[in-house]
Design a protein around this ligand. Structure first.
Ligand SMILES: [Cu+2]
Length: 116
């Protein structure tokens, strides 16, 4: 192998690795919860791009449930709850609070938009 080809191969694998790393590095999306809303209540992710949802609560225990991705967790005040997912389908998916938190609890929901 001549030297020029060798260097080109090295460069090729280095940039390929960096691109792969960027695609696999989870994107952090922070979502706050309080009576009776998530904020933001609409977040966006890319198809196949790993996402870490960082969930916090400002007042009391809330729930976070996203049926389409089989996810649910409590959101406890004073701590960050991290949920990882990799969207394998595009579309709009609803998440909602599943811990009764008072009048208005039924309206506590939001949307994850997965762009193709
Ligand atoms: Cu609730």
């Amino acid at each position: 192998m001549n030297r020029r080809v060798f260097v080109a191969l090295l460069l090729g694998s280095a940039t390929g690795g960096a691109l792969r790393l960027a695609a696999d590095t989870p994107v952090e999306i922070r979502i706050g919860a309080k009576k009776f809303e998530f904020h933001p209540n609409k977040v966006t992710a890319k198809l196949g791009q790993p996402v870490v949802l960082v969930l916090t609560s400002e007042d009391r225990i809330h729930g976070f449930k996203m049926t389409d991705f089989g996810l649910r967790t409590d959101i406890v005040p004073g701590q960050e709850t991290r949920v990882t997912l990799t969207p394998e389908k595009a579309g709009s998916f609803t998440f909602f609070c599943d811990v009764f938190c008072g009048d208005g609890h039924e309206d506590m929901d939001g949307t994850l938009v997965v762009e193709a």
